[in-house]
Design a protein around this ligand. Structure first.
Ligand code: PLP
Length: 409
Protein backbone atom coordinates (compact mmCIF):
# COMPACT_ATOMS: atom_id res chain seq x y z
CA UNK A 1 0.00 0.00 0.00
CA UNK A 2 1.43 3.34 -1.03
CA UNK A 3 1.40 6.04 1.62
CA UNK A 4 1.20 9.74 1.04
CA UNK A 5 3.48 12.34 2.56
CA UNK A 6 1.21 13.22 5.45
CA UNK A 7 2.80 16.62 5.80
CA UNK A 8 0.77 17.62 2.74
CA UNK A 9 -2.38 16.78 4.69
CA UNK A 10 -1.52 19.46 7.25
CA UNK A 11 -2.02 22.16 4.61
CA UNK A 12 -5.41 23.80 4.41
CA UNK A 13 -6.62 24.05 0.78
CA UNK A 14 -5.33 27.02 -1.19
CA UNK A 15 -8.28 29.11 -0.29
CA UNK A 16 -7.40 32.71 -1.11
CA UNK A 17 -7.54 33.04 -4.89
CA UNK A 18 -10.23 30.40 -5.36
CA UNK A 19 -12.42 32.14 -2.80
CA UNK A 20 -11.85 35.50 -4.54
CA UNK A 21 -12.81 33.92 -7.88
CA UNK A 22 -15.91 32.34 -6.32
CA UNK A 23 -17.09 35.65 -4.86
CA UNK A 24 -16.38 37.58 -8.08
CA UNK A 25 -18.26 34.98 -10.16
CA UNK A 26 -21.22 35.05 -7.80
CA UNK A 27 -21.28 38.84 -7.94
CA UNK A 28 -21.17 38.76 -11.75
CA UNK A 29 -24.13 36.36 -11.90
CA UNK A 30 -26.18 38.78 -9.81
CA UNK A 31 -24.84 41.94 -11.50
CA UNK A 32 -24.34 41.08 -15.13
CA UNK A 33 -23.66 44.63 -16.29
CA UNK A 34 -21.11 45.45 -13.61
CA UNK A 35 -17.78 46.52 -15.10
CA UNK A 36 -15.39 44.94 -12.63
CA UNK A 37 -11.82 46.25 -12.30
CA UNK A 38 -9.30 43.78 -10.90
CA UNK A 39 -6.53 45.25 -8.81
CA UNK A 40 -6.05 42.07 -6.84
CA UNK A 41 -3.78 39.99 -8.96
CA UNK A 42 0.00 40.03 -8.41
CA UNK A 43 0.81 39.45 -12.06
CA UNK A 44 2.21 41.89 -14.60
CA UNK A 45 0.12 42.98 -17.58
CA UNK A 46 2.56 44.86 -19.86
CA UNK A 47 4.16 42.84 -22.71
CA UNK A 48 7.81 41.81 -22.62
CA UNK A 49 10.28 44.56 -23.59
CA UNK A 50 11.01 44.63 -27.35
CA UNK A 51 14.73 44.06 -26.69
CA UNK A 52 13.90 40.82 -24.86
CA UNK A 53 11.64 39.61 -27.67
CA UNK A 54 14.29 40.35 -30.32
CA UNK A 55 16.95 38.49 -28.33
CA UNK A 56 14.66 35.53 -27.72
CA UNK A 57 13.91 35.28 -31.45
CA UNK A 58 17.64 35.16 -32.16
CA UNK A 59 18.04 32.52 -29.45
CA UNK A 60 15.36 30.39 -31.09
CA UNK A 61 17.01 30.87 -34.51
CA UNK A 62 20.28 29.59 -33.06
CA UNK A 63 18.49 26.47 -31.88
CA UNK A 64 17.34 25.92 -35.48
CA UNK A 65 20.84 25.65 -36.97
CA UNK A 66 23.26 22.76 -36.64
CA UNK A 67 26.26 25.04 -35.96
CA UNK A 68 24.58 26.96 -33.16
CA UNK A 69 22.17 24.39 -31.71
CA UNK A 70 22.51 23.79 -27.96
CA UNK A 71 21.33 20.87 -25.89
CA UNK A 72 21.50 20.81 -22.08
CA UNK A 73 23.06 23.93 -20.70
CA UNK A 74 24.85 24.32 -17.37
CA UNK A 75 22.35 23.65 -14.55
CA UNK A 76 23.44 26.88 -12.82
CA UNK A 77 22.86 29.01 -15.91
CA UNK A 78 24.99 30.28 -18.79
CA UNK A 79 28.00 32.31 -17.81
CA UNK A 80 27.07 35.09 -20.27
CA UNK A 81 23.93 35.78 -18.21
CA UNK A 82 25.57 35.33 -14.82
CA UNK A 83 28.32 37.85 -15.69
CA UNK A 84 25.72 40.42 -16.77
CA UNK A 85 23.76 39.85 -13.54
CA UNK A 86 26.88 40.36 -11.41
CA UNK A 87 28.07 43.48 -13.28
CA UNK A 88 24.70 45.21 -13.49
CA UNK A 89 22.80 44.17 -10.38
CA UNK A 90 25.66 43.89 -7.87
CA UNK A 91 29.05 45.38 -8.88
CA UNK A 92 27.24 48.64 -9.63
CA UNK A 93 26.27 48.67 -5.91
CA UNK A 94 29.76 47.71 -4.76
CA UNK A 95 28.75 44.12 -4.07
CA UNK A 96 31.30 41.67 -5.46
CA UNK A 97 30.17 38.17 -6.39
CA UNK A 98 31.88 35.34 -8.26
CA UNK A 99 30.26 33.42 -11.11
CA UNK A 100 29.88 30.33 -8.90
CA UNK A 101 27.76 32.28 -6.42
CA UNK A 102 24.85 32.99 -8.81
CA UNK A 103 22.39 30.22 -9.75
CA UNK A 104 20.00 30.98 -12.61
CA UNK A 105 16.62 29.28 -12.25
CA UNK A 106 13.08 29.23 -13.56
CA UNK A 107 11.62 31.27 -10.71
CA UNK A 108 11.94 32.79 -7.29
CA UNK A 109 8.89 30.76 -6.30
CA UNK A 110 10.72 27.55 -7.11
CA UNK A 111 13.90 28.65 -5.37
CA UNK A 112 12.28 30.08 -2.23
CA UNK A 113 10.26 26.85 -1.98
CA UNK A 114 13.16 24.50 -2.65
CA UNK A 115 15.95 26.12 -0.71
CA UNK A 116 14.70 24.74 2.61
CA UNK A 117 15.63 21.23 1.38
CA UNK A 118 19.28 21.75 2.25
CA UNK A 119 18.51 22.60 5.90
CA UNK A 120 18.04 20.13 8.74
CA UNK A 121 14.54 19.21 9.82
CA UNK A 122 15.07 20.45 13.37
CA UNK A 123 15.69 24.06 12.33
CA UNK A 124 13.28 26.63 13.69
CA UNK A 125 12.02 28.97 11.05
CA UNK A 126 10.65 32.47 11.33
CA UNK A 127 8.38 34.24 8.88
CA UNK A 128 6.71 37.62 8.93
CA UNK A 129 2.97 37.77 9.41
CA UNK A 130 1.49 38.60 6.87
CA UNK A 131 3.70 36.62 4.49
CA UNK A 132 4.07 35.34 0.90
CA UNK A 133 2.64 31.83 1.57
CA UNK A 134 5.27 29.81 -0.35
CA UNK A 135 7.86 30.00 2.47
CA UNK A 136 5.45 28.48 4.97
CA UNK A 137 3.83 25.88 2.74
CA UNK A 138 7.13 24.50 1.42
CA UNK A 139 8.39 23.99 4.98
CA UNK A 140 5.11 22.34 5.97
CA UNK A 141 5.41 19.94 3.02
CA UNK A 142 8.95 19.10 4.09
CA UNK A 143 7.78 18.24 7.61
CA UNK A 144 9.49 21.07 9.44
CA UNK A 145 6.27 22.11 11.25
CA UNK A 146 3.50 20.71 13.37
CA UNK A 147 -0.20 21.08 12.77
CA UNK A 148 -2.09 24.22 11.87
CA UNK A 149 -4.20 26.01 14.51
CA UNK A 150 -7.52 27.83 14.16
CA UNK A 151 -5.66 31.06 13.27
CA UNK A 152 -4.04 29.27 10.32
CA UNK A 153 -0.62 29.27 12.04
CA UNK A 154 1.61 26.20 12.20
CA UNK A 155 3.19 24.79 15.30
CA UNK A 156 6.93 25.08 15.08
CA UNK A 157 7.00 28.31 13.07
CA UNK A 158 7.86 31.61 14.73
CA UNK A 159 5.55 34.27 13.30
CA UNK A 160 6.89 37.81 13.40
CA UNK A 161 3.92 40.17 13.52
CA UNK A 162 3.98 43.18 11.21
CA UNK A 163 1.48 45.61 12.66
CA UNK A 164 0.21 49.07 11.94
CA UNK A 165 2.07 50.32 15.03
CA UNK A 166 5.40 48.95 13.77
CA UNK A 167 4.83 50.36 10.27
CA UNK A 168 4.24 46.79 9.06
CA UNK A 169 7.88 45.95 9.85
CA UNK A 170 8.86 42.86 11.87
CA UNK A 171 10.77 43.00 15.16
CA UNK A 172 13.64 40.59 15.85
CA UNK A 173 12.43 37.24 17.21
CA UNK A 174 12.28 36.87 20.98
CA UNK A 175 13.45 33.28 20.87
CA UNK A 176 16.36 31.96 18.83
CA UNK A 177 15.52 30.96 15.25
CA UNK A 178 17.66 29.29 12.61
CA UNK A 179 16.07 30.19 9.27
CA UNK A 180 14.56 33.63 8.71
CA UNK A 181 12.52 34.46 5.63
CA UNK A 182 12.50 38.17 4.84
CA UNK A 183 10.94 39.74 1.75
CA UNK A 184 11.70 43.41 1.00
CA UNK A 185 10.18 45.25 -0.82
CA UNK A 186 7.42 43.22 0.76
CA UNK A 187 4.60 41.30 -0.79
CA UNK A 188 1.86 41.94 0.36
CA UNK A 189 2.48 45.12 2.38
CA UNK A 190 4.76 47.00 -0.03
CA UNK A 191 7.01 48.23 2.79
CA UNK A 192 10.81 48.20 2.74
CA UNK A 193 13.62 48.23 5.32
CA UNK A 194 16.31 50.89 5.50
CA UNK A 195 19.98 49.90 5.64
CA UNK A 196 20.01 50.41 9.42
CA UNK A 197 16.91 48.24 9.85
CA UNK A 198 18.26 45.47 7.66
CA UNK A 199 21.59 45.60 9.47
CA UNK A 200 19.85 44.56 12.71
CA UNK A 201 18.75 41.35 11.01
CA UNK A 202 22.19 40.65 9.61
CA UNK A 203 23.72 41.25 13.05
CA UNK A 204 21.12 38.97 14.65
CA UNK A 205 21.89 36.22 12.12
CA UNK A 206 25.65 36.54 12.70
CA UNK A 207 25.24 36.40 16.49
CA UNK A 208 22.91 33.39 16.35
CA UNK A 209 24.42 31.58 13.36
CA UNK A 210 21.05 31.84 11.64
CA UNK A 211 20.50 32.11 7.89
CA UNK A 212 18.45 34.88 6.28
CA UNK A 213 16.54 33.82 3.17
CA UNK A 214 16.11 37.23 1.57
CA UNK A 215 13.49 37.52 -1.17
CA UNK A 216 14.21 40.59 -3.30
CA UNK A 217 11.78 39.77 -6.14
CA UNK A 218 10.56 43.40 -6.11
CA UNK A 219 13.98 45.06 -5.90
CA UNK A 220 13.48 46.84 -9.24
CA UNK A 221 10.67 48.93 -7.74
CA UNK A 222 12.87 50.62 -5.14
CA UNK A 223 12.93 54.38 -5.65
CA UNK A 224 14.38 55.80 -2.45
CA UNK A 225 18.14 56.07 -1.98
CA UNK A 226 18.00 54.91 1.64
CA UNK A 227 16.55 51.52 0.73
CA UNK A 228 19.08 48.75 0.02
CA UNK A 229 18.52 46.78 -3.20
CA UNK A 230 20.51 43.79 -2.04
CA UNK A 231 21.09 42.41 1.44
CA UNK A 232 24.79 42.20 0.51
CA UNK A 233 24.96 45.98 0.73
CA UNK A 234 24.95 45.30 4.48
CA UNK A 235 28.31 44.45 6.03
CA UNK A 236 28.61 40.81 7.04
CA UNK A 237 25.60 39.63 5.02
CA UNK A 238 27.78 37.43 2.83
CA UNK A 239 28.24 35.13 5.83
CA UNK A 240 24.58 34.69 6.65
CA UNK A 241 22.28 35.52 3.72
CA UNK A 242 20.96 33.95 0.56
CA UNK A 243 19.19 36.30 -1.87
CA UNK A 244 16.42 35.47 -4.32
CA UNK A 245 15.86 37.65 -7.38
CA UNK A 246 13.56 37.31 -10.36
CA UNK A 247 13.03 38.71 -13.84
CA UNK A 248 9.27 38.20 -13.33
CA UNK A 249 8.33 41.55 -11.87
CA UNK A 250 11.52 43.28 -13.04
CA UNK A 251 11.07 42.63 -16.74
CA UNK A 252 7.67 41.01 -17.25
CA UNK A 253 8.90 37.38 -17.16
CA UNK A 254 6.04 35.91 -15.09
CA UNK A 255 4.99 33.76 -18.06
CA UNK A 256 8.51 33.38 -19.50
CA UNK A 257 10.28 32.18 -16.32
CA UNK A 258 13.76 33.27 -15.34
CA UNK A 259 15.16 34.15 -11.94
CA UNK A 260 18.34 33.69 -9.94
CA UNK A 261 19.54 32.97 -6.43
CA UNK A 262 22.75 34.23 -4.88
CA UNK A 263 24.52 31.91 -2.45
CA UNK A 264 27.86 33.38 -1.30
CA UNK A 265 30.54 30.82 -0.56
CA UNK A 266 30.90 32.02 3.04
CA UNK A 267 27.32 31.14 4.03
CA UNK A 268 27.55 28.14 6.29
CA UNK A 269 25.30 25.89 8.30
CA UNK A 270 26.40 23.13 10.64
CA UNK A 271 26.06 19.35 10.92
CA UNK A 272 25.12 17.62 14.17
CA UNK A 273 28.80 17.29 15.02
CA UNK A 274 29.22 21.05 14.74
CA UNK A 275 31.21 21.03 11.49
CA UNK A 276 30.50 23.90 9.10
CA UNK A 277 29.25 23.26 5.56
CA UNK A 278 29.00 25.70 2.67
CA UNK A 279 25.41 26.19 1.53
CA UNK A 280 26.81 27.08 -1.88
CA UNK A 281 28.16 23.54 -2.33
CA UNK A 282 24.94 21.97 -1.07
CA UNK A 283 22.76 24.13 -3.32
CA UNK A 284 24.98 23.32 -6.32
CA UNK A 285 24.61 19.63 -5.48
CA UNK A 286 20.85 20.02 -5.17
CA UNK A 287 20.45 21.96 -8.39
CA UNK A 288 22.68 19.72 -10.49
CA UNK A 289 20.67 16.72 -9.29
CA UNK A 290 17.15 18.08 -9.54
CA UNK A 291 17.25 20.89 -12.13
CA UNK A 292 18.36 21.00 -15.74
CA UNK A 293 18.65 24.72 -16.33
CA UNK A 294 16.52 27.43 -17.92
CA UNK A 295 16.01 27.21 -21.68
CA UNK A 296 18.65 28.91 -23.82
CA UNK A 297 16.30 31.35 -25.61
CA UNK A 298 14.92 32.50 -22.26
CA UNK A 299 18.39 33.12 -20.85
CA UNK A 300 19.30 35.06 -23.99
CA UNK A 301 16.11 37.09 -23.45
CA UNK A 302 17.03 37.74 -19.81
CA UNK A 303 20.51 38.88 -20.90
CA UNK A 304 18.86 41.48 -23.16
CA UNK A 305 17.40 43.14 -20.05
CA UNK A 306 20.95 44.44 -19.45
CA UNK A 307 21.48 46.03 -22.91
CA UNK A 308 21.02 49.78 -23.32
CA UNK A 309 17.67 49.31 -25.03
CA UNK A 310 16.60 46.63 -22.56
CA UNK A 311 17.40 48.84 -19.56
CA UNK A 312 15.46 51.73 -21.05
CA UNK A 313 12.41 49.59 -21.82
CA UNK A 314 12.44 47.96 -18.39
CA UNK A 315 12.71 51.38 -16.74
CA UNK A 316 9.68 52.58 -18.73
CA UNK A 317 7.70 49.52 -17.69
CA UNK A 318 8.53 49.95 -14.02
CA UNK A 319 7.81 53.69 -14.22
CA UNK A 320 4.41 52.83 -15.66
CA UNK A 321 3.54 50.51 -12.77
CA UNK A 322 4.97 52.88 -10.19
CA UNK A 323 2.86 55.73 -11.53
CA UNK A 324 -0.13 53.42 -10.97
CA UNK A 325 1.14 52.80 -7.44
CA UNK A 326 1.31 56.55 -6.83
CA UNK A 327 -2.23 57.01 -8.15
CA UNK A 328 -3.52 54.25 -5.86
CA UNK A 329 -1.59 55.39 -2.82
CA UNK A 330 -2.40 59.09 -3.11
CA UNK A 331 -5.99 58.45 -4.19
CA UNK A 332 -6.60 56.27 -1.15
CA UNK A 333 -4.96 58.77 1.17
CA UNK A 334 -7.12 61.56 -0.23
CA UNK A 335 -10.17 59.38 0.32
CA UNK A 336 -9.13 59.11 3.98
CA UNK A 337 -7.58 55.62 4.08
CA UNK A 338 -4.45 54.70 5.99
CA UNK A 339 -2.05 53.06 3.55
CA UNK A 340 1.36 51.39 3.51
CA UNK A 341 3.67 50.64 0.57
CA UNK A 342 3.37 51.88 -2.98
CA UNK A 343 6.52 54.03 -2.72
CA UNK A 344 9.20 51.38 -3.37
CA UNK A 345 6.87 48.53 -4.33
CA UNK A 346 3.99 47.79 -6.70
CA UNK A 347 1.70 46.94 -3.78
CA UNK A 348 -0.45 49.23 -1.68
CA UNK A 349 -1.69 47.84 1.63
CA UNK A 350 -4.70 49.65 3.02
CA UNK A 351 -6.21 49.48 6.44
CA UNK A 352 -9.89 48.75 6.28
CA UNK A 353 -12.06 51.51 7.78
CA UNK A 354 -13.85 51.14 11.12
CA UNK A 355 -12.15 47.88 12.03
CA UNK A 356 -13.91 46.06 9.19
CA UNK A 357 -12.68 42.52 8.45
CA UNK A 358 -10.63 41.95 5.28
CA UNK A 359 -13.30 39.87 3.55
CA UNK A 360 -16.10 42.20 4.56
CA UNK A 361 -14.20 45.12 3.05
CA UNK A 362 -13.38 43.04 -0.04
CA UNK A 363 -17.13 42.43 -0.54
CA UNK A 364 -17.98 46.10 -0.01
CA UNK A 365 -15.32 47.25 -2.45
CA UNK A 366 -16.66 44.84 -5.05
CA UNK A 367 -20.31 45.71 -4.40
CA UNK A 368 -20.00 49.50 -4.22
CA UNK A 369 -17.01 50.28 -6.46
CA UNK A 370 -16.85 47.11 -8.59
CA UNK A 371 -13.16 46.89 -7.73
CA UNK A 372 -11.47 43.62 -6.73
CA UNK A 373 -8.57 43.63 -4.26
CA UNK A 374 -6.92 40.86 -2.24
CA UNK A 375 -8.06 40.45 1.38
CA UNK A 376 -5.08 40.81 3.71
CA UNK A 377 -6.26 37.90 5.85
CA UNK A 378 -5.29 35.61 2.95
CA UNK A 379 -1.61 36.31 3.76
CA UNK A 380 -1.88 35.27 7.41
CA UNK A 381 -3.59 36.24 10.62
CA UNK A 382 -1.60 39.49 10.73
CA UNK A 383 -3.20 40.57 7.45
CA UNK A 384 -6.69 40.69 8.96
CA UNK A 385 -8.12 44.20 8.74
CA UNK A 386 -6.11 45.03 5.60
CA UNK A 387 -6.53 44.72 1.84
CA UNK A 388 -3.89 44.67 -0.91
CA UNK A 389 -4.24 46.58 -4.18
CA UNK A 390 -1.69 46.10 -6.95
CA UNK A 391 -0.21 48.55 -9.42
CA UNK A 392 -0.03 45.96 -12.21
CA UNK A 393 -3.28 47.00 -13.89
CA UNK A 394 -3.63 49.37 -16.84
CA UNK A 395 -3.41 53.11 -16.21
CA UNK A 396 -6.97 53.61 -17.33
CA UNK A 397 -8.36 50.96 -14.98
CA UNK A 398 -6.25 52.20 -12.10
CA UNK A 399 -7.55 55.75 -12.53
CA UNK A 400 -11.14 54.58 -12.90
CA UNK A 401 -10.88 52.32 -9.85
CA UNK A 402 -9.60 55.15 -7.66
CA UNK A 403 -12.27 57.53 -8.91
CA UNK A 404 -14.90 54.96 -7.95
CA UNK A 405 -13.38 54.39 -4.52
CA UNK A 406 -13.41 58.15 -3.93
CA UNK A 407 -16.99 58.68 -5.04
CA UNK A 408 -18.78 55.46 -4.16
CA UNK A 409 -17.24 54.15 -0.95
N1 PLP B 1 8.58 36.08 -4.24
C1 PLP B 1 7.58 36.92 -4.00
C2 PLP B 1 7.58 37.72 -2.75
C3 PLP B 1 6.51 37.04 -4.90
O1 PLP B 1 5.50 37.86 -4.63
C4 PLP B 1 6.51 36.26 -6.07
C5 PLP B 1 5.43 36.33 -7.05
O2 PLP B 1 4.38 36.85 -6.87
C6 PLP B 1 7.58 35.40 -6.27
C7 PLP B 1 8.60 35.32 -5.35
C8 PLP B 1 7.59 34.49 -7.45
O3 PLP B 1 8.44 34.92 -8.43
P1 PLP B 1 8.71 34.05 -9.73
O4 PLP B 1 7.74 34.48 -10.77
O5 PLP B 1 10.13 34.37 -10.09
O6 PLP B 1 8.54 32.60 -9.39
Amino acid sequence: MAHVNENYLKLPGSYLFSEIARRVNQFKINNQDADIIRLGIGDVTRPLPAAVIEAMKKGVEEMARQETFRGYGPEQGYEFLIRLIIDNDFSSRKVELSVEEVFVSDGAKTDTANFQEIFGMDNILAVTDPVYPVYVDSNVMAGRTGKVNEKGQFNGIVYLPCTEESGMKPALPEKRVDMIYLCFPNNPTGVTLSREELKKWVDYARENRSIILFDAAYEAYIREESVPHSIYEIEGAREVAVEFRSFSKTAGFTGTRCAYTVVPKEVTAYDSGGAAHSLNSLWLRRQTTKFNGVSYPVQVGAAAVYTGEGKKQVREMIDYYMENARIIREGLQKAGYKVFGGVNAPYVWLKTPNGMGSWEFFDRLMKDAHVVGTPGAGFGAGGEGFLRLTAFGTRENTERALERIKTRM
